[in-house]
Structure formats: structure tokens, C-alpha cells
Design a protein around this ligand. Structure first.
Ligand SMILES: [Fe+2]
Length: 236
């Protein structure tokens, strides 16, 4: 299985705090049936310079890949970033290329949780018009979706891929996020399920339980489609 959203690189964001913790997360991912991940550290360009951040990101990624080889952990780590969509990101996008998953055109994007649908939609449209393909991280966690999941039709209809968090499916983010995740999955609107793991203890990698729930409640091929087939197409 493939995990397209995980904060595994250490000391870059609020994910893994050390390389040891990152290795522990990799071991949990592999034990939980995952062979490929995209290391999607947070990228908020209102807080730091994108070029400098990218340089540090690349160094961390290379060091982590070497560490996995050294320890014989069979996990392929693709590049990626979870980009915070705000005016700074758009400004940067107007003059330079943004950092897509596995070096491609798919961007994993997120908002602040209290953004309105119209504000979010306007910024995503600008990115779509630049030729990017978009994966919206954890739609079920935004306030406008918690209030009214149907608001997602307008984003879905634009071809934006909706990425549900495993924690929302398991009920870790509360009743409304659980309901939003269930709503997207029941409608067949979810394109990808990912861990959004941040550590080896609380927000963990691995899809064993998630895959069982997907197949049990959303059709027998749900896990295959959402945890393998669609993520694999995005990486390619
Ligand atoms: Fe994330």
C-alpha cells in the first residue's frame, strides 16, 4: 500500500522529532502493509523562504533514504510537501514552480481550518488555472465541511482529489470529522486515504485497521482503490 501524506522527515515540521523517531515511523508503516510513501512535510511560505526550505527538505530526504538503506527497511520514500494555501503560496506560484508529489504536477494542499468555502475555492481555482492538479488534504477537518459536507461538491466537480485521513475514519478527530469522512466515502467522492501520521505513538502510520474498515463498510475493493490504485496513479 501507498501512503501519500505523512510527516516523517525529522525536525522540519511538527512531525518526527528525530531521525530515530522517523525510523520508528518507517518500521510501523512497513509492518502496517506500506511499501511506498510520499514524505509530505508542511510547507507554509508565509513563515519561511521556499528556496531555503526546499534545500533543507532535500538534505533531510536524502539522509533519511540513506538511513533506511543502512537499516534494511524496505520503504520507498518519494518527495512531496503539504502546501498551506495562502496568499504567500500564490505569490510564489506566480513566479516559480511549486513542489509536487514525486516531482510531478499533483500538489497536496491544505488550508487553515476556519477558511470559508469561497475563499478556499478562489485560491484553488488559481492553482488549477496554472495547470496544477490538486489533492485536498483532509477535507473533513475544515469547519465549512463540518458544517455542511455538501459544500465539497463544488471542489469535487472541479476535479480536485479529496484525501481523507485515516484518523477521521477511526474517529480520532471527533464526530463531525468522522461524519464528513463517512459522507465522502459513501458518496464515492474520496480519491485517496492517507495516514497524515506525525509520530510513532498517537498519529501513526500503517493501514491495517483502516483497510479492514474500508473494505467492510465501503465495498470490497475500497481499500485497494483508495490505498493503492489511486495513490499509485498519482505517483506515476
Ligand atoms: Fe498533514
Amino acid at each position: 500500500m501507498i501512503d501519500l501524506h505523512i510527516h516523517i522527515l525529522s525536525e522540519l515540521d511538527d512531525g518526527a522529532e528525530s531521525i530515530e523517531e522517523a525510523v520508528e515511523m518507517a518500521e510501523i508503516a512497513v509492518a502496517g502493509g506500506i511499501d511506498t510513501i510520499a514524505a509530505t512535510s508542511h510547507g507554509d511560505f508565509s513563515l519561511y523562504n521556499p528556496e531555503e526550505y526546499l534545500e533543507v527538505y532535500r538534505k533531510k530526504l536524502t539522509a533519511f533514504r540513506k538511513e533506511l538503506i543502512k537499516r534494511n527497511i524496505p520503504l520507498k520514500v518519494c518527495s512531496g510537501m503539504e502546501l498551506m494555501v495562502n496568499e504567500s503560496l500564490l505569490q510564489w506560484a506566480r513566479k516559480g514552480a511549486l513542489f509536487g508529489i514525486n516531482g510531478g504536477k499533483y500538489l497536496l494542499v491544505e488550508f487553515l481550518f476556519d477558511i470559508s468555502l469561497s475563499q478556499g475555492e478562489r485560491m484553488l481555482e488559481e492553482l488549477l488555472n496554472m495547470g496544477y492538479k490538486l489533492i485536498l488534504a483532509h477535507p473533513e477537518r475544515y469547519d465549512f465541511v463540518k458544517r455542511r459536507p455538501e459544500a465539497l461538491y463544488s471542489l469535487y466537480d472541479k476535479g480536485i482529489i479529496l484525501q481523507v485521513n485515516k484518523g477521521s475514519i477511526l474517529g480520532d478527530f471527533g464526530r463531525r470529522a468522522f461524519y464528513g469522512a463517512d459522507w465522502m466515502l459513501s458518496q464515492g467522492m474520496a480519491g485517496v486515504v492517507a495516514s497524515d501520521a506525525h509520530d510513532p505513538v498517537l498519529r501513526t502510520p500503517g493501514f491495517e485497521e483502516t483497510a479492514r474498515i474500508l473494505d467492510l463498510y465501503y465495498g470490497k475493493d475500497a481499500a485497494k482503490v483508495l490505498l493503492e490504485r489511486n495513490p499509485s496513479k498519482i505517483l506515476k
